[in-house]
Design a binder for this molecule. Structure first.
Ligand SMILES: [Zn+2]
Length: 462
């Protein structure tokens, strides 16, 4: 019986390999959560020009301790299993997180309720309406779902719902998002997101309906599914034209031929004529200049999802290589270091060097295995094997080793710096995590993709 219980409890953590190790800081064991469901009620009150977010997260932990998750804005109220608690910020290697000040037991299902506000929602001055956009990027700290609402981390696939309400306004608001939307009543929506989503998956954008141009069409995928495409933009300029959408379909066709069927249920395109671009799951925010890149991420980054900031480099490398039409190297000299996996397992952003440095690394690997067909068949297999799952660089290395019957572990260590965190971050003899001496803040990265929109851009009609 005991054996059975152990087996059952192990099963509860199917992604255990990706759960960051617990930390002992100030005599507290901080344990990363495995959220099962996260339900958010987001209310905009146009009379008081305020927002309110009520979050309920049901989660388990693998070890008894203080649960770790993140939210950037301070909470107004926190309750865990019916008891009041606080959620202070704490610095850990490579990032800042929050922990809940009540210890919870391993394996049990816990209920966390948090009341908070959105960070400065954009209320129009000349209209009784709001423009709110969840501006995500993997190149800055704490810029996924946690920027807006309490959330788990990228390693954690969570069944999420949003309930969105606009109070005290006659102006109809639209919710543009990559989930299944139901209109419950006027200005009141419920959204169900697929259960493979994580903290980087959601595109969430609300605006007065009359300020949007929305075009709907379908794409017939390689496996004969009819994929609904919604293309939208702000204002009266009609960018989502037939020829624009034909180009999108062309990219989809090429990517499907290369890597297999489009993995999501639908495609939402937030068309933006600025230099801001970002990928979500079954959704992109971009202009045509980065369309191929962000659609590539529908397979690599949001079709299979990196477990942390040390693994995201590969998706940028793949997308950048594709942007350059899978250019060739003339040698397989690996005498360089791009340092994209050099940090601790707690790291949450992608190094800017992932793009050109990562692409360079892929071209060398492609050359090395050119007699076995090069790297593209491996990428196709990688997608087949891991789609809609969380992955780490280690999964890619293991697959490459078996696919080419080789051992590339040392090459990856040398070029990406993988696993160095083991030497840098450790517990001291008292089992205290000695983070003060080793704390190293990674710098934010920058690149031409994944730029955030400015506050003005989100708000303005242009
Ligand atoms: Zn990218």
């Amino acid at each position: 019986m005991k054996f059975l219980i152990i087996l059952l409890s192990l099963n509860a953590f199917s992604f255990e390999q990706y759960l960051p190790p617990s930390l002992k800081i100030n005599n507290k064991k901080l344990v990363f959560i495995d959220a099962e469901t996260s339900d958010y009620k987001i209310t905009f009150d146009l009379k008081t020009k305020t927002s309110k977010v009520e979050t309920i997260i049901k989660f388990r932990v693998k070890e008894t301790g203080y649960p770790v998750l993140d939210f950037v804005n301070d909470a107004l109220k926190i309750e865990i299993n019916g008891e009041k608690a606080r959620g202070p910020e704490i610095e850990i290697p490579d990032t800042t997180v929050r922990y809940i000040t009540k210890k919870v037991s391993r394996n049990d299902l816990h209920t966390l309720k948090i009341t908070s506000e959105l960070d400065e929602p954009n209320f129009f001055e000349d209209m009784n309406a709001v423009a709110e956009y969840f501006n995500f990027t993997d190149l800055k700290f704490r810029y996924f779902l946690e920027r807006y609402v309490p959330a788990s981390f990228e390693y954690d696939q969570v069944k999420m719902t949003f309930e969105v309400k606009f109070l005290n306004t006659d102006i109809e608001h639209a919710v543009m998002t990559n989930g299944e939307i139901k209109e419950l009543s006027f200005n009141h929506y419920k959204i169900d997101y697929p259960d493979y989503y994580n903290s980087s998956s959601i595109l969430f954008h609300v605006r007065p309906l009359e300020t949007l141009t929305i075009v709907k069409t379908n794409y017939k995928s390689i496996d004969n599914r009819l994929i609904p495409i919604t293309c939208y933009n702000r204002g009266s300029i009609k960018y989502c034209t037939d020829s624009y959408i034909e180009k999108v379909k062309g990219f989809l066709k090429t990517l499907e031929n290369d890597f297999g069927p489009y993995p999501h249920q639908s495609l939402l395109i937030y068309e933006l004529q600025t230099n801001s671009a970002m990928e979500h799951a079954g959704a992109v925010k971009t202009g045509m200049w980065a369309m191929r890149h962000e659609l590539d991420h529908q397979w690599f980054a949001r079709g299979i999802m990196p477990n942390n900031g040390n693994s995201g480099w590969l998706d940028e490398a793949i997308a950048s290589w594709g942007d350059d039409d899978y250019n060739k190297s003339s040698n397989d000299n690996f005498d360089f270091n791009i340092g994209t996996s050099y940090s601790s397992v707690y790291k949450r952003i992608t190094y800017g060097n992932a793009y050109s440095g990562g692409q360079r690394f892929l071209t060398k690997l492609d050359y090395k295995f050119k007699n076995l067909g090069g790297l593209k068949p491996l990428l196709r297999r990688y997608f087949e094997e891991f789609q809609l799952q969380v992955v780490s660089t280690k999964d890619f290395i293991n697959l490459m080793n078996s696919f080419f019957d080789t051992d590339v572990e040392d090459i990856f260590k040398k070029v990406t710096g993988r696993d160095n965190y083991v030497e840098v971050y450790s517990f001291d003899q008292n089992n205290e995590f000695s983070y003060n001496s080793v704390l190293r803040k990674s710098k934010s990265s920058s690149c031409k993709f994944h730029k955030l929109q400015s506050k003005e851009e989100i708000f303005s009609e242009k």
